[in-house]
Design a protein around this ligand. Structure first.
Ligand code: PBG
Length: 324
């Protein structure tokens, strides 16, 4: 029997060629940002157990990794630092010879066309693992912002193209912008972790940089997963204070937020596909429960479809190679 149908949508799904012609969303290697964990020492590639394939890298190894990523087509990296020692004030964050600052200089020299973004936060540098200075068991806002400004300035001085404050304290974007401008770094852009949620999906990252809070959690500054309007207010504030790029983090559980932010502000918008999202696919794939490469591409494509112009992902090199 033949149905009398006015439309047969399957016609355009028949061949790879037709499917490519009608594809609405594209993922390019240039839209991917590759996070790197930079540590002290030389020749160090220390695997992170909960993030298969991801390592802590000494500066020389980070430079090599950036070269490999560039060959794959990934030309933007995001640097996190693991200092030799941590203290209560996170002094290492603004050390001109800290791993991030050294890596910025070395990557800039070896791979001048790579774009370097640096994560600005104290949690990798404090002995208690909190994102700021602790007063009465709480992260004290304004004195922490001063430390974040010092950290951002030290990254800009080393040669970072973009600084990315990930702390979620109040007023830090305006303070960082003002200080950068006053120091002659008008061209250094700010990528604001604007809508960053207090999420369970950061677990593996905290193992990677040993930043699990020694007490309490990050709910005094990171957002409640139940809130969406608040994300829009937070993004509006960061734009007003000078953010050039706004970020939503994590990505997949917050695609609605991503969509609303892109739709409302039309700003360059980033999504952070975080460590837990990466680790879940890796673990399921290792068990043979999902097809890892397909789950990776489907995840990244969904994030693009929801409105992300760029995606920060530990899959950056794998995805770029898969795109070809
Ligand atoms: C620092 C920071 C975190 C992540 C990026 N920057 C951890 C946190 O807020 O606890 C998480 C990244 C990831 O999970 O991949 N504040």
């Amino acid at each position: 029997m033949t149905l009398e149908l006015t439309s047969r949508p399957r016609r355009l799904r028949r061949t790879t060629g037709l499917r490519a012609l009608v594809r609405e969303t594209h993922l390019q290697p240039s839209q991917l940002i590759y996070p790197l964990f930079v540590c002290t020492g030389e020749g160090v590639r220390a695997p992170i157990g909960s993030m298969p394939g991801v390592c802590q890298l000494s500066v020389d190894q980070a430079v090599a990794e950036v070269g490999g990523a560039a060959q794959d087509g990934v030309t933007t990296v995001l640097l996190f630092g693991l200092p030799a020692s941590k203290d209560e004030r996170g002094s290492g964050a603004s050390d001109p010879h800290g791993p991030v600052q050294e890596a910025v200089r070395a990557i800039r020299a070896a791979h001048p066309s790579t774009t370097i973004v640096t994560d600005v936060c104290l949690c990798e540098y404090t002995s208690h693992g909190h994102c700021g200075l602790i007063v009465d068991d709480d992260v004290e806002n304004d004195s922490t912002v001063e430390r974040l400004v010092d950290e951002a300035l030290s990254h800009a001085t080393a040669g970072a193209d973009v600084v990315a404050p990930s702390d979620m304290l109040d007023g830090r974007i305006g303070a960082v912008r003002e200080a950068l401008d006053a120091a002659g770094h008008q061209q250094v852009a700010i990528m604001s972790y604007a809508a960053k949620y207090a999420s369970a999906f950061y677990g593996p990252f905290r193992e990677a940089v040993a930043s699990t809070p020694a007490f309490g959690d990050r709910r005094s500054h990171q957002m409640d997963p139940a809130n969406a309007d608040e994300a829009l207010r937070q993004v509006a504030l960061d734009i007003e204070q000078g953010a050039d790029i706004v970020m939503v983090k994590p990505a997949l559980p917050y695609l609605d937020i991503l969509w609303r932010i892109k739709d409302s502000f039309g700003m360059p918008t980033a999504a952070y596909h975080v460590s837990g999202e990466f680790a879940m696919v890796k673990a399921a794939a290792a068990n043979g429960w999902v097809d890892g490469p397909r789950a990776m591409m489907e995840s990244l494509l969904s994030i693009r479809r929801a409105g992300a112009d760029m995606i920060i992902t530990y899959y950056a090199r794998d995805a770029a190679r898969a795109i070809g």
